[in-house]
Design a protein around this ligand. Structure first.
Ligand SMILES: Cc1ncc(COP(=O)(O)O)c(C=O)c1O
Length: 379
């Protein structure tokens, strides 16, 4: 076979992300049988380290759903929303809308409460909706990747609980990059994935299931097979997955989580992400006509969004800046296209995203921002 000419791009998109060489090399660890004692040696430490990164001790049971983040999200819907119940989904962007669409496409009775792009969940508006609708379950996004907004998970869950509903949280693009403090969060189930702030290839949706969620899943019917939390938990407690896992990814995950917890240190990793958000803020402030899209206090530590000056279009971002950055060896994120089209239709300026999650280091980000600035100045 002839050698393919794949471009060795450095990924600054919002997932999949840059993967370190040593993490890739862990893919060469021996393959193993997923019902053999060797399985325990991988998934035992993986589950233990997931608990440490989540800050949940034994309060939640980690499960691995084969697929990606949305596999875990769909599992939360199928297992935790009963046939006769109403789900309220709260959306601050495209991935919020996706959680709603997952519910509807699974035949659940659902409503979508939407907030303007770039804004976090407004607790007063949510409270009015909770009073009017009285849903049994409420889903929302912790870190909205399309807009770069982080919601206050604890405050939102606390409000949802005041109205007797069960909160389901999508944490796909933040887990591994910021403090989750899951035990203290009020979430009934928290879903995430391998390919974002954990800096691994895609392949597992990760679910953290509370005892309360487990109890409810026991009562919910029509959960299917792979979306059945009860079945997942039975296997997870033996450190196993419900069906055959990607053992190459498991080897990489075993290595990477150990490295995060015991080498880099969880707190150092979280601090590094906050430092990188600060670097983008400072950089954007120094560029004429550019500004951060999200108000201070609600900016994601893993993905930053920057508004372009008047006159710059989403087409220029995609066709000129992104391609210019490719020539520099980078895969740039010219903004979530659907969102940019909506912004432009409303007469607003387009945004681009800087994914600084996972194992992107401050010096890598500094070099990227330098190159990006040069490309943007050509417009
Ligand atoms: C916030 C959020 N939720 C859900 C998803 C979907 O996750 P996946 O592509 O891993 O299924 C993404 C993917 O970008 C995301 O950013």
């Amino acid at each position: 076979m002839s050698k393919p000419n794949f471009a060795p791009l450095k990924l600054f998109i919002t997932g999949p992300t840059y993967i370190r060489r040593d993490v890739k090399e862990a893919a060469l660890l021996p393959e193993f049988g997923h019902r053999d004692a060797e399985n325990d040696l991988r998934f035992g430490p993986i589950r233990e380290n997931l608990r440490k990164i989540a800050g949940c001790g034994d309060d939640y049971e980690p499960i691995l759903c084969l697929g990606s983040g949305s596999s875990a999200m769909e599992t939360s819907i199928r297992s935790l929303v009963a046939e006769d119940e109403t789900l309220l989904n709260v959306s601050v962007g495209s991935f919020g809308d996706m959680y709603y669409n997952i519910a509807v496409s699974n035949g659940k009775k659902a409503e979508n409460l939407k907030f303007d792009y770039g804004m976090p969940i407004d607790l007063n508006v949510l409270e009015d909706k909770l009073k009017a609708l009285r849903p049994q379950v409420v889903s929302f996004t912790h870190n909205e990747t399309s807009t770069g907004v982080i919601n206050d998970m604890k405050a939102v869950c606390s409000l949802i609980r005041q109205y007797g509903a069960m909160p389901l949280v999508d944490g796909v693009s933040i887990f591994g990059g910021a403090t989750i403090a899951l035990s203290d969060s009020g979430a009934a189930m928290y879903s995430t994935a391998t390919q974002k702030s954990l800096a691994l290839p895609a392949g597992f949706g990760i679910g953290f299931v509370s005892g309360e969620a487990e109890e409810k899943a026991g009562r919910v019917t029509n959960k299917g097979h792979h979306h059945d939390i009860t079945k997942h938990l039975e296997r997870a407690r033996k450190n196993q997955t419900l069906t055959t896992p990607n053992t190459t990814l498991a080897n990489m995950m075993w290595y990477q989580l150990d490295r995060i917890v015991n080498e880099e240190g969880i707190e150092n990793r979280f601090a590094r992400h906050i430092e990188m958000r600060g670097m983008v803020e400072k950089w954007a402030a120094g560029l004429d006509g550019f500004e951060m899209f999200v108000a201070e206090g609600f900016r994601s530590p893993t993905v930053s969004t920057v508004v372009c000056p008047q006159g710059v279009t989403s087409v220029q971002l995609k066709e000129t800046v992104k391609e210019g950055m490719r020539d520099e060896g980078y895969l740039m994120d010219p903004g979530y296209m659907k969102l940019n089209h909506l912004l432009e239709e409303a007469g607003r300026r387009p945004i681009f995203r800087v994914g600084h999650m996972g194992d992107i280091m401050p010096d890598m980000l500094a070099a990227y921002l330098d190159a990006l600035e040069k490309e943007l100045m050509k417009l």
